[in-house]
Ligand binder design. Structure first.
Ligand code: NAD
Length: 329
């Protein structure tokens, strides 16, 4: 091994370990020690190293696994159809490249659905005959935590659908900004540690062994996906949202079907300016191929769908603390 490849291997291992530590604090302990942007930039660096040195890619790399592990104390739920993460971009140029690439590879694409990226955590709800029988977290994507009783305390989650169907519906559970402020004020008064952000507060509140605690935390949901498209009548992402609404779910009404990058730009501008007025936190925009059969054709990697991408907002306060590593490439 040359000195240079030795350096890269060292940097790679160091980065991987650091990202795993941050992931444990974020997903298991609901207590991140760095801003998301710091995590994202280090993750990006890991991706760059893997792209230029594919021989280094380890199966335990954060790029190969959906973050999150199950907590002890909860029964485990097997996600027969995995719950994936999302690829991300951090500028409109990168977003345009993503869309151009997809349009080139799939000329039949003619529209995308833009949605807000809700800053919460992914949940899955399974209904039999229209009755809620199980609710779970994403966990590591294939094994999540059974949090049925906790989810049943959330008002926006229907316990009975408008039709007696079998369906598994997926979406985001979040803590409204007002509940977050109240919760932290109360915790401060009680001498307890405060949550770093509404996302971690929502995660901590959902993974409670006592569902009365969850009930007090005033969580809410927006659903945006189903495990199996065969359970739907529609064939578009926008239609899927409307079908979920008809079944009794709360969907986020701000979605917009768009044709090209100019439309995406307008959507991003619009919600960047109005972000603070929303009663819930968002950390970006998600752009999804609108046609569900094309989504299936385009497929997924082990970690993310290839037919969607998250555009992440720039950090509100840029933290200068970056990983103490000498960049060698
Ligand atoms: P992600 O949060 O970046 O994106 C994927 C998730 O977006 C989905 O699983 C879903 O839960 C959510 N989502 C919200 N709205 C959606 C919509 N409309 N459509 C589809 N999905 C929607 O990815 P992740 O894997 O959950 O988490 C990784 C991110 O978590 C990192 O990019 C980083 O920002 C953060 N993180 C931070 C730390 C830290 O220490 N600060 C550590 C680990 C992870």
């Amino acid at each position: 091994m040359t000195d240079q490849s030795n350096d890269i291997q060292t940097e790679y291992n160091k980065l991987k370990d650091q990202l795993k530590t941050w992931s444990r604090q974020y997903y298991q302990e609901d207590s991140p020690s760095v801003e998301d942007h710091v995590y994202d930039m280090s993750y990006r660096r890991l991706q760059e190293i893997e792209a230029s040195h594919p021989d280094l890619i380890d199966s335990d790399s954060p790029t190969q696994n959906v973050g999150g592990q199950t907590l002890p104390g909860f029964n485990k739920v097997n996600h027969e159809i995995p719950m994936l993460s999302l690829g991300d971009v951090f500028s409109e140029e990168e977003l345009k490249d993503f869309i151009d690439r997809l349009d080139k590879n799939y000329p039949e694409i003619n529209e995308y659905n833009c949605e807000l990226k809700i800053d919460g955590l992914a949940i899955s709800l399974r209904y039999e005959n229209g009755i809620l029988v199980q609710g779970s977290t994403r966990g590591n994507g294939t094994i999540g935590e059974d949090i049925t009783n906790n989810l049943k305390t959330i008002e926006s989650i229907p316990q009975k659908l408008t039709r007696p169907i079998d369906i598994e519906v997926r979406g985001e559970c979040y803590m409204p900004k007002s509940s977050f402020v109240k919760l932290n004020e109360q915790r401060e008064k009680d001498g307890e540690s405060v949550f770093a952000n509404p996302r971690n507060a929502a995660a901590g509140s959902l993974r409670q062994l006592d569902s009365k605690v969850t009930a007090h935390r005033k969580l809410s949901t927006f659903m945006y996906n189903v495990a199996n498209y065969d359970d739907l009548e529609t064939n578009t992402q926008a239609g899927l949202l409307e079908e979920l609404k008809d079944l009794g779910f709360t969907i986020n009404p701000t979605y917009r079907v768009i044709k090209n990058m100019d439309d995406v730009h307008d959507y991003i501008e619009y919600y960047t300016q109005r972000r603070d007025e929303l009663s819930y936190g968002i950390d970006g925009i998600v752009i999804k191929e609108n046609d569900l059969s094309l989504q299936e054709q385009i497929g997924t990697t082990v970690k993310v769908p290839k037919w969607a991408i998250a555009y992440k907002f720039p950090p509100e306060e840029v933290e200068t603390k970056l990983l103490d590593i000498e960049w060698t490439v």
